[in-house]
Design a protein around this ligand. Structure first.
Ligand code: UD1
Ligand code: CA
Length: 451
């Protein structure tokens, strides 16, 4: 069986934030969220997240997806692992990883488990130009891993070692919990270090191993906002390359921001400066033009989104939206529609073939099929206290600059004369007109001009 312990109790002082470190977002998802998704992808049966600082925020986010162990006070990474003793009787292997390493991929986790098949402990290491603040991997002349020394505890000679501890370990679960009994806090920070288990395992005659990873950036730890930006950049490249290899054109992938959970179909083209976040699902052959923002958006095949914002809303096949439109709050624009320039839709169902092309607000409404909404139409849905619904049936024609004072229903194939303020429902096939009759004053124009 595969278990996992994710260390996420630390405060993350260097982030200088009221938010606990592992809840900081990278590619539109808290760091801890990326790690849990990845562990699940690698078939880990049981995940224990060690929480402390910001425990409530982490629990609220992950809910019952994982088991929690509380670490309070926080006395180091080894002490954190001790709190996950609900795993101590499990068979198989346990992976231990830091909650501040969001870029780790499931293939690497698979490799780590595989590497530990013939060992009791495997640590993933990386070779850097400069070991910085990372723990150093100290090897015997034979190459055998001897111990890990934290940067703060290094001798001058150890400091020059460039092979570092990424913070990811796999242990034989039972050996892990036996080994933890021997940990002490005899070091510069007076903490219980997980890294001391290497020496302890060696002393006990158990087999230890260090596996050097190829992409050292995948295992970076985020300690401050500069690191967070590096992780964001790594993830953007990884996510965007995946979409490109799946048949999506990103005209300028460095200026395209796609969240980790977004799905995009083949032959879709995404222009620069587009953001697609949340659980958005984009169909095939869609065009998303510059400066669009989509969050939790469902976009059908062959649709066009032009410099618009679509949040919590759906746009069906072959519909065009924008430029400069805003669809929000469970709006559903069906197929073959045309929306925008400068149109706002809120909580509205707008059916096949209907058009609303200019300067309009439609809220809390239900529009049928093949309706034409003229320029400057407003559904007056709010009376200052309550919201009311507007219903417009198939084939209706709403003249420009009409106000529809809700609640109101406009019948099938009905017509509203331009400039009307409609307070009463209009039956099928009828016309509603509500405006003062025009009168023309003979010669008044010239007289006024010459005055
Ligand atoms: C740790 C390693 C170091 C390694 C580096 C890789 C130790 C002693 N050091 O150092 O060798 O190179 O990671 O990034 O393990 N945490 C707890 N409880 C605690 C302390 C920490 O849950 O009491 C969690 C933190 O929330 C964090 C993770 O453990 O997610 C790592 O802690 P951090 O303080 O960042 O360790 P580093 O100094 O980076
Ligand atoms: Ca760290």
């Amino acid at each position: 069986m595969r278990s996992a312990i994710v260390l996420a109790a630390g405060k993350g002082t260097r982030m200088k934030s009221s938010l606990c470190k592992v809840m900081h977002q990278c590619a539109d998802k808290p760091m801890i969220g990326h790690i849990i998704t990845t562990l699940k992808k690698a078939d880990v049966d049981k995940i224990v997240v060690v929480v402390g600082h910001g425990a409530d925020a982490v629990k609220e986010y992950l809910q019952d997806e994982v088991t929690y162990a509380l670490q309070s006070p926080q006395l180091g990474t080894g002490h954190a692992v001790m709190q996950a003793d609900c795993l101590k009787d499990c068979d198989g292997d346990t992976i231990v990883l830091n909650g501040d390493g969001p870029c780790i991929q499931s293939e690497t986790i698979e490799k780590a488990f595989a590497a530990n098949e013939t060992h009791d402990l495997t640590v993933l290491s990386a070779v850097l130009d400069d070991g910085g603040n990372y723990g150093r991997i100290v090897r015997e002349a034979s190459g055998q891993v001897k111990k890990i020394v934290e940067a703060k505890d290094c001798t001058a000679q150890e400091k020059t070692i460039t092979e570092i501890n990424t913070g990811l370990f796999v242990f034989k679960t039972k050996a892990l919990f036996e080994g933890l009994k021997e940990l002490t806090n005899d070091n510069a920070q007076k903490e219980y270090y997980i890294t001391d288990l290497v020496e302890i395992f060696n002393r006990k005659g158990l087999s230890t191993n260090a596996l050097i990873v190829d992409d050292r950036d995948e295992l970076m730890g985020v300690n401050d906002r500069v690191d967070l930006a590096k992780a964001e950049a790594w993830m953007k490249k990884h996510i965007n390359h995946k979409h490109m290899l799946n048949g999506v054109t990103l005209i300028d992938w460095k200026n395209t921001y796609i969240g980790a959970d977004v799905e995009i179909g083949e032959d879709t083209i995404i222009y620069p400066n587009v953001v697609i976040y949340g659980k958005s699902k984009i169909g095939k052959n869609v065009q998303i033009l510059p400066n669009s923002f989509l969050k939790d958006a469902q976009i059908g095949d062959d649709a066009v989104i032009d410099a618009s914002k679509v949040v919590d809303s759906q746009v069906d096949a072959q519909t065009t939206v924008g430029p400069m439109s805003h669809l929000r709050n469970h709006t559903h624009i069906h197929a073959h529609c045309r929306i925008g320039n400068f149109v706002e839709f809120k909580n509205t169902d707008f059916n096949d073939g209907s058009k609303c092309a200019h300067l309009t607000y439609i809220g809390d409404s239900e529009f049928g099929k093949d309706i034409n909404v003229g320029c400057g139409v407003v559904t007056v849905n709010y009376d200052g206290k309550n919201k009311h619904r507007t219903v417009v049936k198939d084939g209706a024609f709403i003249g420009s600059n009409c106000n529809l004072i809700a609640p109101v229903t406009i019948g099938e194939n009905a017509l509203l004369a331009a400039g009307s303020t409609i307070t009463d429902s209009v039956d099928d096939g009828d016309m509603g007109i509500a405006r003062a009759r025009q009168s023309n004053k003979k010669g008044f124009g010239t007289k006024y001009k010459n005055k």
